[in-house]
Design a protein around this ligand. Structure first.
Ligand code: FMN
Length: 166
């Protein structure tokens, strides 16, 4: 099973998420290829993390293209995004539904909201919530490998609520 993290990021937030997700994948024993190259063709059995910022209520056009122009049947897919408002997170949920219809095996979705006054000017930053990204990578990779996490302290950490453990 190959693991890919494909992202587009205009101001750097989603890129940060992508690299944090990679750390989580590695923690779960996986090895990921991280890239902004959206011409990769998904293959059955592979695990794809696909992420984008939300721009005027849409994903980056090339991310939309990789999602909607390919056959995702039997491909494990996890979506991630960063956005400034709730509407962005809502948009990701609708994408998730569409991808399920296209046959993708959706393993999870993570939307992080930017904070600070600058988010109203589309220049917000991810801060305290970024710790959820590696937890997401680890959780999804475990899921894809069919690994059950039994130790409860590990479970809690993977849930993403124990910053210091990362
Ligand atoms: C041109 C532009 C349009 C945006 N439109 C939206 C939007 O419609 N909804 C939203 O929640 N956030 C919106 N944002 C905020 C971004 O989604 C947010 O800052 C995100 O973290 C950007 O990701 P990036 O740093 O990876 O590019 C917009 C940002 C830009 C630059």
């Amino acid at each position: 099973m190959h693991i890919y993290i494909i992202y587009k990021s205009l101001t750097g937030n989603t890129k940060k998420m992508a690299f944090e997700i990679k750390k989580g994948i590695e923690k779960a024993g996986g090895k990921a290829i991280i890239t902004s190259n959206t011409s990769i063709v998904p293959q059955k059995g592979d695990l794809f993390f696909v992420g984008s910022g939300v721009y005027l209520n849409f994903l980056h056009p090339s991310i939309k293209k990789i999602l909607f122009k390919n056959n995702w049947s039997g491909v494990k897919l996890a979506l991630f995004s960063s956005c400034a408002f709730n509407s962005g997170a809502k948009h990701m949920r609708s994408i998730e539904k569409e991808m399920r219809k296209k046959g993708a095996i959706i393993l999870g979705t993570l939307c992080l909201r930017t904070s600070g006054i600058l988010r109203f000017f589309a220049l917000g930053r991810l801060s305290r919530n970024l710790f959820r990204a590696p937890a997401f990578g680890e959780k999804i990779t475990n899921r894809a490998f069919g690994k059950r996490v039994k130790i409860s302290s590990k479970k809690t950490r993977i849930h993403g609520y124990l910053k210091q453990a990362l």
